[in-house]
Design a protein around this ligand. Structure first.
Ligand code: ADP
Ligand code: MG
Length: 424
């Protein structure tokens, strides 16, 4: 019976193997697909979406700017005071508001009405600011759903993802919806930039470090934005914005890792009796095991793997496990997470290859700004991603590449891009 469980783990190990040669091929293939996606719309399975950000903030921005970050179950409003090259961000305030579940499937005017009302309250405690006697307040809007962007200040919703489904918003311009809702609240504010979280991370990263060339999100989902030469985007006609966004997801992000481990554990209970005769109701429930849970098990430093035992019992009703069995569970977390971190690293190398960075003898420094709970909190994941980058780029060449945690790129980044696109 132990042999049957070990068999499941052995085949998982084999299926999740990511030898460096495979990853090198993957990075090269990705660079090629990215070029194809830039050549024509729909030219590649990798969606190369052009952002309309043509000014990244450079530090000289001054003034008070707002941001709105919408993309999960909470949204956040931010107020940022910028004071130019020397002082940079002198004040930063934010408020997080959870969206009542019924609004996520109501209608567009109710959702945007709720958001605009929260924003209006937040603006009210700004205090008197003479600056806005003859100026409009300006807002950067991070909207992390698939959008067909048509300019820096407009974009239509392609479809909702995550917990949202509001039919009448699909196909509509989300900036216009927000703008209308703000007007109804009597809030005199202009949306000066519509972005997503990857572009925000790229902007926030490059605001502090001009060598940042890629912004990556490794949170609930995974995605990236990078700086591309306009001349390398044949499908662009007319406008020449500078940054290309791309999307990659191979079940590597935080949304999936816990779920993959659950499926492996379910398979083991079906093929062996290693977990005893347990009630499988929980184990059969999709997404019941979350990535923070597998992260906690993976990092369990207690000699008897007490945290693993607790997580298995609390989340999956798997009780009375032996130490050997708990070690096996840790190994499963390790296999699933290493695969994910190594694929993420290969994706980053693919982007670097596309822009000709991180090669031996490269005189440019290239910084990759990363935001997201998976990268920030899952230490094993982060370390594996970083060591895989070195492995793929080579010891010498990897010295020109740095990875940097960029907290809250989606919030701060939106305010910074709003500032860089200010009408004043
Ligand atoms: P989002 O991507 O929704 O904007 P975050 O960047 O905060 O939000 O990422 C949240 C995701 O990060 C969670 O869905 C989870 O998968 C992952 N995560 C959060 N905390 C941890 C943790 N301690 N260990 C591993 N993963 C975590
Ligand atoms: Mg986020």
């Amino acid at each position: 019976m132990v042999a049957a469980a070990e068999q499941v783990v052995a085949s998982l190990r084999e299926e999740c193997a990511t030898p460096a040669t495979r990853l090198d091929e993957l990075a090269a293939a990705m660079a090629g697909e990215m070029a194809a996606g830039l050549a024509e719309e729909g030219g590649s399975k990798i969606k190369m979406i052009v952002s309309y950000v043509d000014n990244l903030p450079n530090g000289s921005e001054e003034g008070l700017f707002y941001a709105l970050d919408l993309g999960g179950t909470n949204f956040r409003v931010l107020r940022v005071q910028l004071a130019g090259k020397e002082k940079r961000v002198v004040k930063r305030e934010s408020r997080e508001v959870s969206i009542p579940p019924h609004l996520m499937s109501s209608n567009s005017s109710e959702l945007f009405g709720f958001i605009a009302s929260a924003l209006t309250k937040f603006v009210a405690d700004e205090g008197h600011n003479a600056l806005f006697n003859d100026r409009q307040r300006e807002l950067g809007f991070t909207f992390s759903f698939p959008v067909r962007q048509t300019s820096i200040t407009s974009g239509t919703l392609i479809k909702w993802t995550k917990a949202f489904s509001i039919d009448d918003a699909v196909g509509e311009d989300v900036v216009a919806e927000l703008q209308t809702a703000m007007e109804k609240q009597g809030l005199d504010m202009r949306v000066s930039a519509l972005i997503n979280d990857t572009v925000g991370t790229l902007a926030a990263g490059s605001y502090y470090d001009e060598d940042v060339v890629v912004g990556v999100i490794l949170g609930t989902g995974s995605n990236a934005a990078y700086l591309e030469k306009a001349s390398a985007i044949p499908k662009l006609e007319g406008d020449i914005p500078k940054s290309g966004k791309m999307i990659f997801e191979k079940l590597i992000s935080g949304m999936y890792l816990g779920e993959i481990v659950r499926r492996v554990l379910l398979k083991i209970t079906l093929q062996s009796s290693i977990f005893g005769n347990i009630d499988k109701t929980k184990l059969r429930t999709h997404f019941i095991l979350r990535t923070p849970d597998i992260s906690a098990m993976h990092h369990d430093g207690t000699p008897d793997l007490r945290i693993v035992a607790e997580k298995l019992a609390d989340n999956l009703k798997i009780t009375d496990t032996s130490l050997e069995t708990r070690k096996m569970v840790v190994e499963i977390c390790d296999i699933v997470t290493r695969r994910s971190a190594r694929l993420a690293a290969a994706g980053i190398v693919g982007i670097l290859r596309k822009i000709g960075r991180g090669n031996p003898g490269d005189k440019h420094k290239s910084v990759v700004a990363i935001d997201g709970g998976l990268y920030e909190h899952y230490t094993e994941f982060r370390q594996c991603l970083e060591s895989t980058l070195t492995e793929l780029l080579g010891e010498e060449a990897s010295k020109s590449v740095t990875v940097k945690l960029t907290n809250d790129g989606s919030g701060l980044g939106a305010a910074l891009i709003a500032a860089a696109h200010s009408q004043y």
